[in-house]
Design a protein around this ligand. Structure first.
Ligand code: DAH
Length: 367
């Protein structure tokens, strides 16, 4: 056998006591009694779970336990005494086992009791409990916020109950515009006090129909340069179907600085789509119209072999910049507004927007 330079040191106490010569039954019984005495004492004096476990390993350990070692001496007991030796072995094992279980009950309470309960099957799986998680829309919002944060856009918030000024007027949406139609908005009928009668009549409240309102709120209070994103709920009295719901979420981006162009917009949308969808996602823009941007565009991205509508965007209209007191000769900016549900649904192949809001846990659990 290969010998190391004194590094290999076999354990002196845990080795089986192997004997080539026969062991009289009396000797075997003596060793067992002695073991039983030491083991039960050790379990009785154990003061905590750790010392109990240490004693368990020492005496009952499956590989190197002292009982296991002694058991091997059975081989040396003469044939005619084997039966007696076996019975003694079993009796001692039981004694040690019981002493251990008593100590378990004493130190660990219920755990020991449970182990004794004949009805208790420790091999059955335990009771699992479900850990809650964030709603898929919230997960999407967090992820989009992260992506835009890496591009230098700070999150901004605005109220969901908005006034006409921020939802329409300051966004260059004229009185006559169909988007202001009472049938297309949730206007609020608010009890009017004598003091603010005229204010409310001129500037009625509504549930915001778009997050573009936040552009105005931020620009009113901040000087350029600006780079913000706003993610939140918007409300429209749409007929509910697979792609429409009277409440949904938008992400609004706004960047205002000197010399901001459509090229900056396209770059940001490209990085945004690429980050969210995971590979290089081409983006294209098409001419469109929004009152608050000039020029206005619709953006699409290329995904799974086809162009998918991204949302509206454009260069912030000089009238909007003027409405918040910016000089359009000095500053320019881009803005975009995208539907969050649509992004979430494409990514997860969700076929009906209503799944997101009926809150059936069998659906939600998958995200
Ligand atoms: N607010 C528009 C909507 O709800 C989306 C939009 C279009 C936002 C163009 C923008 C933009 O910021 O520049 O349909």
């Amino acid at each position: 056998m290969f010998m190391t330079d004194g590094l290999y040191q076999p354990s002196l106490t845990r080795q089986p006591i192997m004997s080539a010569t026969a062991m009289p039954i009396e000797e075997f019984v003596k060793q067992l009694d002695e073991l039983a005495h030491r083991a039960t004492t050790a379990f009785e004096v154990a003061t905590d779970a750790d010392s109990l476990d240490e004693a368990r390993v020492q005496f009952l350990g499956a590989k190197r336990g002292e009982f296991k070692s002694l058991q091997k001496n059975m081989g040396a007991v003469p044939g005619e005494s084997k039966k007696e030796a076996g019975m003694k072995l079993n009796a001692v094992k039981k004694t040690i086992q019981l002493a251990f279980e008593d100590a378990q009950v004493r130190l660990l309470g219920g755990a020991g009791e449970a182990a004794k309960d004949p009805e208790f099957d420790p091999t059955l799986p335990g009771h699992s409990f479900r850990v809650g998680k964030l709603h898929p829309i919230t997960q999407t919002i967090n992820e989009l916020k992260d992506i835009m944060g890496r591009l230098g856009f700070t999150p901004a918030e605005g109220p969901e109950v908005e006034d006409d000024h921020h939802n329409f007027e300051a966004l260059n949406i004229p009185r006559s515009h169909p988007a202001r139609d009472p049938l297309d908005n949730f206007y609020l009928s608010v009890a009017q006090s004598q003091n603010n009668d005229s204010t409310l009549a001129d500037n009625p409240l509504l549930m915001r129909s778009q997050t573009s309102t936040v552009q105005i709120r931020v620009m009113e209070n901040t000087e350029p340069p600006i780079r913000i994103v706003s993610l939140g709920r918007v409300y429209r009295p749409d007929e509910t179907d697979a792609t429409h719901y009277p409440m949904f979420h938008q992400i609004e981006g706004l960047m205002v600085d000197q010399n901001v162009t459509l090229a900056d917009l396209k770059t940001v949308l490209h990085l945004f789509a690429t980050n969210y969808l995971g590979n290089d996602v081409p983006v294209r823009i098409r001419p469109s119209f929004f009152p608050f941007t000039e020029p206005s565009v619709e953006a699409d991205y290329f995904w799974n072999g086809k162009w998918v509508e991204f949302g509206g965007a454009g260069i912030v209209d000089p009238n909007v910049l003027r409405s918040v007191g910016y000089d359009p000769e000095k500053y320019s900016g881009f803005a975009f507004g995208l539907g969050i549900e649509r992004l979430c649904m494409i990514r997860h192949q969700i076929t009906d927007i209503r799944y997101l809001f009926t809150n059936d846990v069998r659906f939600l659990r998958q995200f």
